[in-house]
Design a protein. Structure first.
Length: 395
């Protein structure tokens, strides 16, 4: 048999070639349609995010106008003013004290929130870190879920709001007060906290100011790190000073920056929490502190003081007066991971979600807040620790 005549006849080969060509054309057409749909969908998502960013920026600019937020750009440097001395100074006269005036706190102290509260009674104050984009009204809802995807106007938005943990006291007198906010890709809300990985950034932005009806509180940042969403950082209940010290030791040891600042068990800690952009298990956490009231123990009267004649006074031992009692530690402590609340802020990885206490001016002294211990340990994130919020993809 002639090998040149083996195989299908020319007519069948031509038909098979035409059929293969048609199939390839169909496949290409399907791929083009699919890629077009992906492109259109991606474009729609980008447009949606950009619109949300713009609307959020306009909305929070409006909030700043309502409270007449001071213009910090006018402050080129902080001022130190000497106190006025009375009377003539002689060789033995004491030197006049130097009074430090924080210009930011001085500008913020007279903020009026009445106009904002006409919009939303959940407004508790304003939080700002000068020199950054963080300057927002501070909300507190009935739970830790609502303001993940609602603005201060209660409108639905991926940007959400900056808000206090629902179990924290609005007076900022708890030992650990937690504030949550999203990490948005356009740098808004709490996205700027990520820069505290750098020592130089902390050096230029080391204070957080929170203004409420009571005045302006100045906090000094002392720690920043990535931590577990169910870790010690989110503890709200402390049964003793030892537990508070354990908390301080843990968060200070975790820090990626060296601040030289360490709070005491009598101080107030402010915990700022946002997502990391790498899933829901961890959070980026920044801690700040302001000094609490000094606690002085009542001195004990020594027994058997010598009398005027030099002899030891005789008589029954009446003992010593009672020492100031420690704070009430009767509440049981909740260990990390137990009784986790369901409504705790999560990551925004998916669409929709100074020290010194510096309240300026004539304002009431802050309570220590020890009697109002909070139960539980929030763990913002994860299905077991709280809801996965909506929101955009984090950086």
């Amino acid at each position: 048999m002639d090998e040149r005549n083996s195989g299908p006849p020319p007519e069948k080969r031509a038909a098979a070639w035409k059929e293969g060509k048609h199939l390839n054309r169909t496949i290409r057409l399907v791929l083009i349609v699919l890629l077009s749909l992906v492109f259109v969908g991606s474009g729609a998502m980008i447009l949606r995010q950009m619109t949300a960013y713009q609307e959020g920026e306009e909305l929070y600019n409006e909030a700043a106008e309502l409270v007449e937020l001071p213009d910090f750009s006018l402050l080129e440097q902080e001022e130190v003013l000497p106190a006025q001395s009375s009377g003539a100074e002689g060789p033995t006269s004491e030197k006049p004290q130097i009074v430090y005036v924080d210009p930011y706190a001085d500008l913020l102290k007279n903020m009026d929130f009445s106009a904002l509260r006409e919009v939303n009674s959940d407004v508790q104050g304003w939080i700002v870190i000068p020199g950054t984009a963080i300057s927002y009204p501070l909300l507190q809802g009935a739970d830790n879920d609502y303001y993940l995807n609602h603005t201060y106007k209660k409108t639905l938005s991926v940007v959400g709001a900056i808000f206090l943990d629902s179990r924290c006291g609005a007076g900022l007198t708890d030992f650990n007060t937690i504030i949550y906010g999203h990490r948005m890709n356009n740098g808004s809300m709490f996205a700027g906290l990520k820069h505290y990985k750098k020592q130089s950034y902390w050096q230029n932005h080391s204070k957080v100011y929170v203004t409420t009806d009571e005045g302006t509180f100045t906090y000094r940042i002392f720690s920043a790190y990535e931590g577990s969403a169910s870790g010690e950082s989110y503890r709200l209940s402390f049964s003793s000073d030892e537990k508070k010290q354990d908390f301080i030791d843990t968060v200070c040891a975790s820090s990626v920056i060296e601040t030289g600042t360490t709070p005491t068990v009598n101080d107030y800690v402010l915990t700022l929490s946002t997502c990391t952009g790498n899933g829901h298990a961890n959070r980026w956490i920044v801690h700040a502190m302001r000094e609490g009231p000094e606690v002085e123990e009542t001195p004990q009267d020594p027994v058997g003081q010598p009398d005027s004649g030099g002899a030891a006074a005789q008589g029954p031992d009446t003992g010593s007066p009672e020492v100031v009692s420690p704070p009430d530690a009767s509440r049981p402590e909740t260990e990390p991971g137990e009784n986790q609340p369901e409504n705790v802020p999560a990551s925004t990885d998916e669409p929709l979600p100074e020290g010194t206490s510096s309240s300026m001016g004539d304002m009431p002294e802050q309570e220590s807040g020890e009697g109002g211990e909070q139960g539980g340990t929030p763990a913002p994130g994860g299905s077991a620790s709280g809801p996965e919020s909506g929101g955009e993809a984090a950086e």
